[in-house]
Design a protein around this ligand. Structure first.
Ligand code: ATP
Ligand code: MG
Length: 405
């Protein structure tokens, strides 16, 4: 086994003040109890890139039961296949996992992934070199077994181990590769790129739930346009979302413009997942409504729009049969309300009636994205927004008066 390359603070310049104090607390406590422990993975990568990590993961030599014994009630053990510890501090949760080992040379999909290992083995089973770094907060060093430090400096995405094997073992890694490319705009190293091309059809072997989660997380990332462009460019959509793939062949602009606007909006305001997903469906729904009804001179009411919206979601997200029901209900409402704002028959509405709909505000959020593309809609948007605000104020005042009586 080769010793790792160790980088001191003068070399890595990782800002220790940007690490959550709870991380120091957990690592110190594990060490006092005689265990090894480091910060690992995405948070070390993000700190080296001067970005704020979404979460902090800790890897340790302590077994799950030992972690539980140390942190008692603030620790819950989760996961069946591989047990992880979640340490809670109020609302914050820090994930602590025991060093794992895996047979990284096997040419088959990984099912078993629950053997404990050493720090080195633990990083060797991770996906990309940039995600395989440890940080030791006590002496402020970055510990590198996989060449990830230099790859971050050179902006290179490279699998740990033989790329083709690593993608066959877990095809979701290919989607993660494109996610990191969209996020950091790094170059994909030659062998990794070649393996991506050779293994893309394997993607259908991976769990739809995991893929859906990566897709939804990317919609929230502020880099969704780039990510979907990459999925399209590298021909993954034909496997992941074949109906979206077919639609994009002739209708790229509308969807990518919506994604672009939502990426920009997310830098200023949060948007719910249902609003973000609507960007992938609305242009298709609009196309269906025009093709099947409007162009044929058939008038339809919102009840039918609602029905077709449901079908449009099922069509676009067809491979993901476990698409959450609540999310679907929200999206249907968002999409249907778009035709309340801009009716299909171009009728001018004089009195704006705000429906009893818990997702009406989300519908307005989506309408705002449409306005950012088509500024002609801005007037109508503001009229609906004002009507909504007035109704809210009126309801509040009515409640106060009722309470006073
Ligand atoms: P993000 O910032 O999106 O959370 P991340 O790299 O932290 O990115 P996570 O899903 O939080 O991604 O995973 C944490 C770490 O676990 C990764 O940095 C990587 O080391 C490892 N990992 C995640 N998914 C895989 C995978 N499919 N195969 C191997 N290692 C993985
Ligand atoms: Mg993470």
């Amino acid at each position: 086994m080769r010793p790792p390359k160790v980088y001191s603070i003068d070399e890595h310049l990782l800002p220790p003040g940007k690490i959550d104090p709870k991380v120091y607390y957990i690592i110190e406590k594990l060490r006092i109890n005689g265990f090894l422990s480091f910060l690992v993975g995405g948070s070390v990568r993000d700190l080296l890139l001067k970005q704020r990590p979404k979460d902090f993961d800790i890897a340790t030599s302590a077994k799950p039961e030992e972690i539980k014994r140390i942190f008692k009630k603030s620790c819950i053990l989760i996961g069946k296949r591989f047990r992880l510890a979640h340490i809670r501090f109020g609302r914050t949760v820090i994930e602590v996992s025991t060093f794992r080992a895996g047979d990284i040379k096997k040419e088959e999909i990984i099912i078993q992934d629950n053997i404990y290992g050493t720090p080195e083995k633990d990083v060797l089973r991770r996906d990309f070199t940039i995600n395989g770094l440890f940080y030791d907060p006590e002496v402020q060093t970055v510990i590198d077994y996989v060449g990830g430090f230099i790859d971050i400096e050179k902006k290179i995405l490279r699998t740990i181990g033989i790329a083709k094997l690593r993608f066959i073992q877990d095809p979701v890694r290919m989607i993660r590769l494109l996610k990191f490319k969209a996020r950091f705009d790094f170059e994909i190293e030659k062998e990794t790129l070649q393996a991506l091309e050779e293994c893309k059809d394997q993607i259908i072997k991976s769990s739809p739930a995991r893929i859906l989660e990566e897709l939804l997380r990317m919609l929230e990332s502020t880099r969704s346009k780039k990510f979907f462009e990459l999925l399209d460019f590298y021909n993954f959509l034909q496997y992941l979302m074949p109906n979206l793939h077919n639609f994009l062949e002739t209708n790229k602009d509308q969807i990518f413009s919506l994604l672009e606007k939502q990426d920009q909006e997310l830098l200023k305001n949060p948007l719910s997942r249902s609003v973000l997903i609507s960007s992938l469906i609305y242009p298709y729904l609009d196309y269906l409504l025009k093709k099947d009804f409007i162009n044929k001179g058939i008038f339809i009411h919102l009840g039918i729009v609602n029905q077709i919206a449901k079908e449009a979601i099922n069509t676009i997200f067809s491979p993901f049969f476990q698409f959450p029901k609540k999310l679907k209900v929200e999206i249907i409402s968002i999409l249907t309300n778009q035709y309340r704002f801009t009716p299909l028959n171009d009728k001018k509405i004089k009195i704006l009636k705000i429906p009893r709909d818990p997702y009406f505000l989300y519908s307005l959020h989506f309408f705002k994205l449409r306005c950012l593309i088509d500024t002609n809609l801005s007037d109508i948007y503001h009229r609906w927004l004002n009507a909504y605000e007035s109704k809210k104020t009126f309801k509040k005042q009515k409640k106060i008066t009722q309470n006073e009586l």
